[in-house]
Write a new protein. Structure first.
Length: 115
């Protein structure tokens, strides 16, 4: 298994689990209220589940990997911005930052080079 495949499988599973939590857990409802973004909770959870599934599916169909890793990197960039805006510390912000960087790496390392 390549590093890209390992990262895509692990982060894909993490996003699916986190997305389901976002859609169903009271704790996540409370977090989105704290962020002032209640109306985006379901969309965020759905995008996380879709993106996580796309990362795993992208191991068989590369365009899904590119689209999913790029979309999740953008979603995590927004997550970092929200954490900074509400004054969360590094400990709360670090997971989104690391997931953003991992997805940027997946996108850049799997993108076909022209040559």
């Amino acid at each position: 298994m390549t590093l890209i495949a390992l990262l895509a499988a692990c982060t894909g599973a993490a996003f699916v689990i986190y997305g389901i939590s976002c859609l169903s857990s009271e704790r996540m409802r409370a977090e989105f209220r704290r962020f002032g973004l209640e109306r985006f909770r379901v969309l965020t959870g759905a995008l996380e589940v879709l993106g996580g599934t796309g990362l795993v599916g992208g191991l068989l169909w590369p365009p899904a990997l590119w689209l999913s890793s790029g979309g999740l990197a953008l979603l995590m960039l927004l997550g970092v911005a929200v954490r900074v805006r509400v004054g969360d510390g590094l400990r709360q912000t670090l997971p989104a930052l690391l997931l953003m960087l991992v997805n940027v790496y997946i996108l850049s390392a799997s993108w076909p080079s022209r040559g």
